[in-house]
Design a protein around this ligand. Structure first.
Ligand SMILES: [Zn+2]
Length: 249
């Protein structure tokens, strides 16, 4: 028998499951990992507050600052803000991503934090838009404010000509099945649903979900069954017979 024959003989259902399984696009995986370094957008501090705090620090200086002092002050305010909202002991990966906290990297750190906030907010928005079943063509997903500053940029090429640069995350999203970008039902993580019926991010969360659903959906029925059994036992006298049998052992 040829392998072709075996494949054709595969039951329909198994083939359907295979078709529904899709690997995450490599480019997108990186962005999802980044998004998971911080809590969901709904729990994040207002990004504008960070800018306000930095500005407050800079304008509260009595004497004019030279460039170095300016960067040092900005970074100081930014670190204060970040440590308050993302304690280093709770978010080690976050600090690894933003890199060494040195004033010469002030701009870069700022950009990385902004990129993280935007990535998380945009992926949350996509995951949140998938609550109702079925994709409606032409449906728009609003780009959250955290993600708008870097969504598109007008830049100059080497010859001084204008070009439009898209945020790498937007490029990574083009053509991707929106329905597979999900928020785990058990924890705050964003994940890629390789199988379309996957609703939790990893094995641990899948187990947790199964237990929770079992409790929610069957505990009530189990309770009912117990009541019914008790009632039946009462009317047939099974209960008392069981007791005497146990005693004789
Ligand atoms: Zn999870």
């Amino acid at each position: 028998m040829s392998t072709h024959g075996i494949q054709q003989g595969r039951p329909n259902k198994a083939r359907q499951v295979l078709q529904r399984t899709k690997r995450a696009p490599d480019e997108l995986v990186k962005h999802i990992e980044l998004a998971n370094l911080i809590p969901p957008a709904s729990e994040l501090p207002d990004y504008n507050k960070l800018n306000e705090e930095v500005l407050d620090t800079l304008t509260s200086q009595g004497t004019p600052l030279d460039a170095d002092a300016w960067h040092a002050q900005s970074l100081g305010a930014e670190i204060k803000f970040l440590h308050r909202h993302f304690p280093p002991e709770k978010f080690p990966q976050f600090y690894k991503y933003i890199g060494p906290l040195h004033s010469s990297r002030e701009r870069e750190i700022h950009d990385r934090v902004r990129n993280l906030f935007g990535t998380r907010a945009l992926l949350d928005a996509i995951a949140g838009a998938q609550t109702n079943k079925g994709a409606s063509p032409g449906k728009e997903i609003e780009i959250p404010y955290q993600a708008t500053p870097m969504s598109v940029a007008l830049a100059l090429d080497g010859e001084g000509k204008l070009k439009v640069e898209r945020w790498p995350l937007l490029n990574a999203l083009v053509g991707v099945e929106a329905n597979r970008i999900r928020r785990c039902s058990e924890c705050p993580r964003i994940f890629w649903a390789g199988r379309i019926d996957k609703h939790a991010c990893n094995d641990k969360c899948v187990n947790r979900r199964n237990v929770r659903l079992w409790r929610e959906h069957y505990a009530e029925r189990y309770k009912l069954q117990r009541v019914r059994k008790a009632n039946a036992a009462e009317s047939t006298g099974i209960n008392s017979r069981n007791k005497t049998r146990r005693k004789s052992k």
